[in-house]
Design a protein around this ligand. Sequence first.
Ligand code: SAM
Length: 207
Amino acid sequence: MHPKFKRGRAVALESRRTAVGDYLDFLAAWVKKPRQTASVVPSSRYLAQLMVRDLDPADGRVLELGGGTGVFTRAILATGLPAEKLEVVEINPGFARSLRRHFPGASILEVPAQSVSGHAAGERGSYQIVVSGLPLLAMDKALHVAILSEAFAMLQPGGSFVQFTYSLRSPVSQSVLNALDLEVSRVGQTVRNFPPATVFRFTRRGE
Ligand SMILES: C[S@@+](CC[C@H](N)C(=O)[O-])C[C@H]1O[C@@H](n2cnc3c(N)ncnc32)[C@H](O)[C@@H]1O
């Protein structure tokens, strides 16, 4: 067999092994904490591409919430954003450990998303985007307010909070949006994810 072909096969095999490992890790996390993990499988790369569509690698810092096995982290770095501009928040110690191993240049913050502003390295108001994989549908309104308040404290003027959901509607209620003076728009939807998912963008009203 040609050595180039052999190398290609080895790379394909290795990435399939990683994907299977990610699926098993996710399933194990879901069995332990179903509400916190909220899905039995990681998101697809198609959903990840939709999540990072508006990210500008030449703009400010990026915060990812609920990194899991790193599907969105990989897509964020694939935009060309320097790893030192990325911080990933992940509350599950096993996922946090694996994120540190796979993305050594990025900072992994093992803290709850609702208290991220006390731990993030960047200045308040210096982040261009928050990419959230958090299970908002499994959380109550008080937690939505806490998470969005923290995220918007970190975002620069015009910055956005991007969130996916398995519902067709925004996972954040109008009363919470009104209380925080935020508005929502739909980024898109993909059926190439299990389950199919919709992506929403939250911004400060009028920005
Ligand atoms: C639905 S999974 C998404 C994982 C990954 N982003 C993906 O799309 O495959 C939700 C992730 O958020 C993490 N998580 C849940 N609540 C959190 C919180 N309050 N703070 C930080 N991470 C949290 C879970 O441990 C889990 O990894």
